[in-house]
Design a protein around this ligand. Structure first.
Ligand code: GRF
Length: 185
């Protein structure tokens, strides 16, 4: 039984879909939800699924306490689902090809520093793109440049707003992220 840890900084709608997907699985279980925000709603979602939660500060993460916790819990896969801090290199190196991130755009477009959440959808809208989508990729020390595992696209029309684009992207995330994770195990 593989043990998954989800790292999230915010609402955790992706974390919820992943916990839902694996709650009766014989292949893997979500063993931990970890957040750098003590008030992140993802912690409420973990409680609902009976998944242990762990909160930490950036300083504690950079001091190695998150890595220590993941090793204590014998985590096999680290899933980033809306985690907004840069992952320390020693943490990335501790999970070679076993750390996965989801990005709300079709990388390499709209990736890199500062491109997260609605800023991505605003950039897609401003560029007049006719499609957007999601990218699920392995995390390496260059963050959004890890090996791309999966992409799915959605159309963007002139009537779309950053909010309606976000809705289309979230729908793709919720539909595919859990299955793509399972395909990696
Ligand atoms: C998602 O759009 C994901 O692509 C990005 O952060 C957002 C997390 O949303 N990395 P949620 O917290 O899972 O609702």
């Amino acid at each position: 039984m593989k043990k998954l840890a989800i790292l999230a900084s915010g609402s955790g709608s992706n974390a919820e879909k992943i916990m839902e997907h694996f709650q009766n699985s014989t292949k893997a279980k979500v063993a931990l939800v970890a957040s750098n925000k003590a008030d992140a709603f993802v912690l409420e979602r973990a409680k609902k699924f009976g998944v242990p939660a762990f909160t930490f500060t950036r300083k504690e993460m950079d001091a190695g306490l998150l890595l220590q916790k993941l090793q204590e819990e014998k985590i096999d896969w680290v899933i980033l689902a809306g985690f907004l801090l840069k992952i320390p290199e020693d943490l990335i190196r501790a999970f070679p090809d076993h750390m996965v991130n989801i990005h709300p755009a079709l990388l390499p477009k709209y990736g890199g520093k500062g491109m997260y959440g609605s800023l991505v959808h605003e950039a897609v809208k401003a560029a007049g793109d006719t499609e957007t989508g999601i990218t699920i990729h392995l995390v390496n020390e260059h963050y959004d440049e890890g090996k791309i595992i999966f992409q799915a696209a959605a159309s963007v029309t002139p009537e779309d707003t950053p909010d309606t684009i976000a809705e289309k992207v979230h729908a793709l995330e919720h539909r595919y992220f859990p299955e793509v994770i399972e395909s990696l195990l």
